[in-house]
Design a protein around this ligand. Structure first.
Ligand code: AMP
Ligand code: MG
Length: 413
């Protein structure tokens, strides 16, 4: 029997074989969920103009220098979006609304509340009396205060979330250079599997890994370009692989063990391109990984639903993220140390990846296994309650109640 390979070592093997995909320029409003292929810097000042932070009166601070109250002549109105730059002479002011560009002659804004003209809906008054003595520059937002032209707005590899997209939009861009999403094929294997919802004949079970893996691919920024099921028939699997081998990755579930009918094993027996590895984790021990003739990375995950889910998170998701240029902290995310609400047993000699639920108690967050059956990898319906998985290192022994364990949160709902 071959020695168990540590999880980190198998992951490095996967990442070494993972290419960065090429880039394409797309409109900002189609870019959510993609990753930047280049640093994006501001092409304009943010904000672009000195502007008012308040509804009030823009004036020359020198007019107030002697102390108040001071009455000024109101010479114009400047609403937001106005392109006007009215002249303001000594002893004059303009009424200005929040976000409106500050006239070049003004240097300070006084709020409506700090004048005798507090009603914003009133017609433009002939004069205004200023009741306070503000500091120079009060209530003025400076052009470029947030970013100067050329300052970084979002780094290469950033996920384009709504907030990142809004930063890029305010930096003056209408399109972004992003990495093309990985094209992924999903193949489930197993003669016992039937489409979900089909009446079950003796020995049949619903194919639940299909929707599971397809969803995980999309969550990782990939596109599912083919979704197949094959029986435990090596020739059928070989045909399916030949059809999809030109995409970026193929994720196969089931059939990687040494069982009599395991089709992935049988298709790649003796292959130099696909290796079968026993990884020191539970569940998830049997893993196939390699490259298909068309160039696609091949992931052969064990078929037990919990094993497939864990293996996807530990090996496939990092690869899909690396293909998109995600930064290291995303490819190898940091777990959160959280206390265990209850103790549980662990396997000998292998790291345990156990689905857990989070709960908020009076003393903060705790985790507990989703199933009293531990990480029993066939408990597919219990997996629906998982908020993430805890990782207990090999050789750790029993987890004690109250002990802190590293947790990867996968459910953000
Ligand atoms: P295998 O890795 O093919 O030996 O499968 C291990 C276990 O996972 C068996 O009990 C299978 O019935 C089950 N299994 C395999 N593939 C799926 C799937 N797509 N959906 C649900 N269960 C599966
Ligand atoms: Mg099988």
């Amino acid at each position: 029997m071959s020695a168990l390979v540590p999880v980190a070592e198998h992951l490095e093997r996967v990442l070494r074989a993972t290419p960065l995909l090429d880039a394409e320029r797309i409109p900002l409003d189609e870019a959510r969920g993609r990753r930047l292929a280049e640093d994006v810097t501001a092409s304009v000042l943010v904000p672009p103009w000195d502007n008012s932070a308040m509804d009030g009166y823009a004036l020359r601070h020198a007019d107030l220098a002697g102390g108040g109250p001071v009455t000024l002549t109101v010479v114009a109105d400047v609403p937001a979006g106005s392109t006007a730059d009215p002249r303001i002479g000594p002893g004059e002011a303009v009424r200005i609304m929040t976000g409106a560009t500050l006239p070049g002659d003004a240097d300070t804004v006084v709020r409506l509340e700090d004048t005798d003209r507090t009603d914003p809906l009133a017609p433009l008054p002939p004069t205004v009396t200023v009741l306070v003595t503000p500091r120079p520059g009060m209530h003025v937002r400076q052009a470029g205060e947030d970013r100067k032209a050329g300052d970084l707005v979002a780094a290469r590899g950033s996920l384009l979330t709504p907030t990142v997209l809004s930063g890029i939009a305010s930096g003056g861009h209408r399109s972004v250079l992003v990495v093309r999403p990985p094209r992924v094929a999903v193949i489930t294997t197993g003669s016992e599997l039937v489409p979900p919802g089909t009446a079950l004949r003796r020995g049949h079970i619903p194919d639940s890994n299909g929707v599971l893996v397809a969803g995980l691919v999309e969550d990782a920024g990939g596109r599912v370009v083919a979704h197949r099921h094959v029986d435990d028939d090596p020739a059928g699997l070989a045909r399916a692989l030949a059809e999809v081998g030109g995409c970026d990755a193929v994720v196969v579930t089931g059939g990687v063990s040494a069982g009599a009918f395991d089709p992935v094993r049988r298709v790649f027996a003796g292959s130099d391109d696909v290796a079968f590895t026993s990884v020191a984790m539970q569940p998830g021990k049997p893993q196939a990984f390699g490259r298909l003739p068309g160039g696609a990375l091949l992931f052969g995950l064990p078929g037990n639903p919990v094993s497939a889910w864990v293996s996807f998170h530990v090996f496939v998701r990092p690869a899909l993220l690396a293909m998109q240029g995600a930064p290291a902290r995303v490819v190898r995310p940091m777990p959160w140390p959280l206390p265990a609400a209850a103790g549980w047993g662990t396997p000998a000699g292998r790291a345990q990846y156990i689905p857990v639920t989070l709960s908020a108690g009076p003393d903060g967050w705790t985790v507990r296994p989703v199933s009293s059956g531990g990480s029993a990898s066939h408990l597919v319906a219990s997996l629906a309650g998982a908020d993430g998985y805890a990782v207990v290192p090999a050789g750790h022994g029993h987890v004690q109640p109250g002990e802190t364990v590293p947790v990867h949160v996968t459910n953000h709902d």
